[in-house]
Design a protein around this ligand. Structure first.
Ligand code: CDT
Length: 329
């Protein structure tokens, strides 16, 4: 069987960096936690560990930072001639240990890309790092950026991804993982999981395993409903999206939360609900806390075959002549 053992490494809150002279910053503490999750996952037989969206920092798009130096510190600089993400001091300890354990890693981070043209663009990015080759096999830049470029009135929960990031320019590109039975993998980031077009872009490439980290807030004071009601609804919509995406594209989905209270005040709380769905839309497992927590499962990729050959045989059943509106402005 073409099995892969995956670990969804849910992370509890990462607090924002605050001056702590001589002390250990929250990011260094978060790296320790990520390493602990990695060790635990490897001990449980995991071959791939999936971390959340923006896993190296707090979910900073909840606040509008205006000091360029403060913003720059949250991003990983990359360019064709280097530096490369695999050498980032913020990520290297994790990738080095993953290599020695033989465990692949998928992780989200803020990317500051300077192209050959000298133009610098900021993306909300995820990579798939292969332990065997030491290479990045897949890179995905978030396409669906939620929120706004400007602030809502004070007291609101802010979502400022459109202020910080440019929509991704790499599309929904699936890729093979040679050391994992040639698994056909794809990545989405948070809000993307709510868009059937994103899933279908991967589905049309025969995707078997979709990896998706997220930071989803649990409560927005400016919207209707109590904390409990909004949290319940946020979890419902999260699960509908993930379950539907896996079912309609006949693939596994590994969805990994950053969870819990990252900041005081509106928008500081994040849902958990890290979950794995199978190609039939059945739940394989789900976390139960809002803290660092591993969800480990062995997935048989061949389970995708039945649905891909029958009800979701795209070549047989799609009617593209009626789908034009989907790609019109
Ligand atoms: N990080 C991210 O994309 N969060 C969004 C919040 C949008 S407001 C519901 C999400 O879709 O979960």
């Amino acid at each position: 069987a073409r099995t892969i053992t995956v670990a969804a490494a849910q992370m509890g809150p990462i607090l924002s960096e605050s001056p702590n002279p001589g002390g250990e910053g929250p990011r260094a503490a978060a790296m320790k936690r990520m390493l602990d999750l990695l060790e635990d996952a490897a001990a449980k037989g995991a071959q791939l560990v999936v971390y959340p969206e923006l896993a190296l920092t707090t979910f900073f798009p909840r606040a509008m930072l205006t000091d360029p130096a403060e913003v720059a510190a949250l991003f990983e600089p990359e360019s064709p001639a280097g530096p490369s993400i695999v050498d980032s001091p913020h990520l290297k300890p994790l990738l080095a240990r993953a290599s020695s354990l033989g465990v692949d890693v998928s992780i989200g981070y803020a990317e500051r890309w300077t192209g050959e043209d000298g133009i610098t663009t900021d993306y909300n990015t995820a990579i798939y790092y292969s332990a065997a080759s030491g290479n990045v096999l897949g890179k995905y830049r978030k396409v669906h950026l939620p929120g706004r470029t400007t602030l809502l009135p004070e007291g609101s929960a802010q979502q400022l991804e459109k202020y910080y990031f440019t929509p991704g320019n790499l599309g929904f590109q699936a890729f093979r993982v040679p050391d994992r039975h040639q698994a056909i993998c794809g990545m989405l980031i948070c809000n993307d999981r709510r868009w059937p077009e994103a899933w279908r872009g991967l589905g049309l490439q025969g995707v078997e395993l979709v990896l998706c980290g997220y930071n989803t807030s649990d409560y927005k004071p400016q919207e209707a409903g109590s904390v409990e009601e909004q949290t319940e609804m946020a979890l419902l919509h999260h699960h509908i999206s993930c379950q539907g995406g896996s079912y309609t594209n006949a693939c596994f989905g590994v969805h990994v939360a950053k969870a819990g209270v990252e900041a005081e005040g509106p928008g500081g709380g994040l849902i958990g609900g890290t979950v794995i769905y199978d190609p039939l839309g059945c739940k394989v497992g789900e976390t139960t806390t809002l803290r660092d927590e591993l969800l480990v499962a062995t997935l048989d990729l061949d389970l995708c075959k039945r649905q891909k050959a029958t009800i979701f045989n795209f070549a047989n059943h799609r009617r593209v002549e009626h789908y034009g509106r989907i790609v019109e402005q």
